[in-house]
Design a protein around this ligand. Sequence first.
Ligand code: NCD
Length: 300
Amino acid sequence: MTHFINIAQFSGDQLFSLLKRAQYLKHNKQYPTYPQHTVAQLFYENSTRTRVSFEMAALNLGMRVINIDLDHSSENKGETVEDTITNLAAMGIDYFVIRHQQEGLQQRLAQELDYKIHIVNAGDGTGSHPSQALLDMMTIMEYKPQLADLNIAIVGDVRHSRVANSFQSLCKQLNMRRVTLICPKVWQPKEVLHGEVTHNLHEGLAQADVVMCLRIQRERLLAKDHLDINSYRRDFAITPQSLTHAKKEPLIMHPGPLNREIEIDSSVADGPQSVILEQVTNGVYARMAILEFLKQQRAL
Ligand code: NCD
């Protein structure tokens, strides 16, 4: 069975057609329907946007959706994730949208479980978040369609960001060469997937057409990673002042949730260059394209 685990599993052409399909679905609201399929959502980490967006996507495609209440599931009695999924699959559930704190879990489940199911990665620890990368790119394409020429700046806690990881991978697969990761030294990535790293916000912003601001992921910070929030704000926050160093009118993006007045000022997040809510809107269509793609693979 085909799964949706990370960006690197797809070719540039496949990713581009997923993006085009998501755009088509957004503008032509005639959706195919698949009422014989059921999606289970297993979110072991908090989520607002991603969970509801996958739910909207599945409902738009006429699929049934079951949100598993993990606070009251048998995993609290010691059942493994594998057994939970195997039992749900035995009831006829065939799509599993999973967010989990353990990096690589969805990949492992996809390899080990022998059922006729599709695993969809909705975020694995600090690993990847491939549906977010697609909705981010879809949003960029709407405003700046000449992707190859764009200069992308990703700013903030790059080290702990699955959003940054998947987005770098997507830029790589689409041959977008100009990616700059702007972060304090303590939050520089262990492995750069694509692009260059700088610790200087002003330099990094100078040529940026797109500024993707990341959330400070307090829940993932280890004691040694801690950085004084005031010094972070001074050196890395996206504010009207710091944007005076950027190119004229860059797109402002953020995956959400926002720490307002910490990594980004409200006047920027809610300002005329912000496409943050457009990202959220596009998430539904990007996820419809993903579910539909998996359904089509099933038919092959
Ligand atoms: C991101 C996530 O959970 O990885 N949020 C999201 O899915 N929209 C980013 C974050 O939590 O910072």
